[in-house]
Write a protein that binds this ligand. Structure first.
Ligand code: GUN
Ligand code: ZN
Length: 441
């Protein structure tokens, strides 16, 4: 049966950096979701029929079953554009810089994923954590091992999340047990891609870990994989730490900058998401913008690893796309609310500071990610016809969030308070395409 959810509702059906009126806020709102048993039209179940003021939509949909969630807040499901599945157990390893952190903490943990049974355990933890934090779509770095990456796809698919991921590829400078060869990378990637094609809500990404750990023949394989599979995505890291950038320049002496390495192999296009881009030259930002690629901006990781502050204003000046990523486990956890807050806080401190608004924070955590993945025709906000991917936030009684909200003067302040003070414990329910993926009562 068609459902009408009554609650305060926020979404950004437009780019909040381009339009001052991008935030739609309904204090006593309704989200109407198609349901029903009628065999001919069941295929549209779980899509949004309407979003707006409760009083008006109650009249328009008199037959809908009303679920009264007054006192709660409904936001679109979060889209995390950069997160590492095999790093769940190293969250909180503080005090390192990138290359030391990789060598001492991260790569030893990722080597454990040679064991598919360990991977299956972590896959469950990973997928549950995504869902419990309100993330409904994610672009995920898999493992360096086919079966372990397949285990994560299987868990995500069983839970109902939207996941784009793939085998992570490297053939130098990590450690021997994480290295592949170009030939094996080609075979393994094709094998996994064929298996993923049969999974619902799943997509494939070609993922060389970063330029530092990829030989030119391996990047050639990435090029060929993308050429043969035009719907596949490309994701990697770029311009994260000065030390990393220096080594990449030595390894690719012909490249004019870091982006040029990926460009030479035709890896930078509309379906490319490159994480970080902190120490980028203007020309790199400009070329990314022209190619329609997106930066996954991961401010918790950037602070935790001491990598630097993302030059957001320069990305805006060049009209370059960016969206949010948690970068677990370099980042500090699965929470996209926290990630958006950290973005706000660090931009205040940037050399070229920017005060991003709660509407822009919401856009970054939802629609911007959907745009990055070319999924904005189906998810990212509550426009009718889209999938009902949403998060219900119900502040715990007597919590600091509940107290703050008693005096909120307007929707922007309410949203700012949610980003600042809500945590996973306040997330009551998460749905993807109308299907329950997490519940906390
Ligand atoms: N660069 C190469 N690998 C990684 C990783 O796992 N995390 C981050 N943040 N940067 C990387
Ligand atoms: Zn990363």
């Amino acid at each position: 049966m068609t459902e009408l959810l009554r609650a305060a509702i926020f979404h950004t059906p437009e780019n909040a950096f381009h339009s001052a009126g991008a935030l739609r806020a309904y204090t006593d709102g309704a989200l109407v979701i198609k349901g029903g048993e009628d065999a001919d039209d069941r295929k549209d179940n779980g899509t949004i029929l309407a979003c707006g003021d409760y009083a008006q939509l109650r009249v328009e949909f008199p037959e809908a079953a009303v679920r009264d969630l007054t006192g709660s807040f409904i936001l679109p499901g979060f889209v995390d554009t950069h997160i590492h599945f095999p790093q769940v157990r190293i969250i909180g390893g503080l005090g390192f810089t990138l290359l030391d952190w990789l060598e001492k903490l991260t790569l030893p943990e990722e080597a454990r994923f040679a064991d598919p049974s360990y991977a299956a355990t972590i896959a469950q933890e990973f997928v549950r954590s995504l869902a419990s934090h309100g993330t409904t779509t994610a672009l995920v770095f898999g493992a360096h091992f086919v079966e372990s990456t397949a285990a994560m796809f299987a868990s995500a698919s069983a839970t109902g999340l939207r996941i784009i991921s793939g085998l992570v590829l490297a053939d130098r400078m990590l450690r021997d047990d994480l290295h592949t060869t170009p030939d094996r990378a080609w075979r393994d990637s094709n094998d996994l891609m064929a298996r993923v094609a049969n999974l619902p809500r799943a997509g494939y990404a070609v993922i060389p870990r970063f330029a530092l750990s990829a030989s030119e023949p391996l990047l050639e394989v990435c090029r060929a994989l993308l050429k043969e599979n035009p719907s596949a995505y490309f994701t990697s890291h770029i311009n994260e730490s000065p030390q990393e950038i220096e080594i990449v320049a030595e390894l690719f002496p012909w490249a004019k900058d870091y982006l040029d390495v990926y460009e030479k192999f035709d890896l930078v296009g509309r379906r490319s998401v490159l994480a970080h881009n902190i120490h980028a030259k203007d020309s790199e930002i400009d070329r990314m913008a022209k190619r329609g690629a997106t930066v996954a901006h991961c401010p918790c990781s950037n602070a935790a690893l001491g990598s630097g502050i993302f030059p957001m204003r320069r990305h805006l000046n060049h009209n370059a796309r960016f969206a949010l990523g948690t970068d677990v486990g370099g980042g500090t956890g699965f929470g996209m609310l926290k990630e958006a807050l950290q973005s706000h806080l660090l931009q205040r401190l940037a050399v070229d500071p920017l005060t991003i608004t709660p509407a822009q924070m919401l856009y970054l955590a939802t629609r911007a990610g959907a745009e990055a993945l070319e999924m904005d025709s189906s998810v990212g906000d509550f426009t009718p016809g889209k999938q009902a991917d949403y998060v219900v936030i119900q502040p715990r009684q007597q919590s600091s969030l509940a107290n703050i909200l008693k005096n909120s003067p307007d929707p922007e302040r309410t949203l700012g308070a949610i980003f600042t003070a809500a945590s996973a414990e306040d997330i009551r329910e998460v749905r993807v395409g109308g299907d329950l993926v997490h519940e906390n009562r």
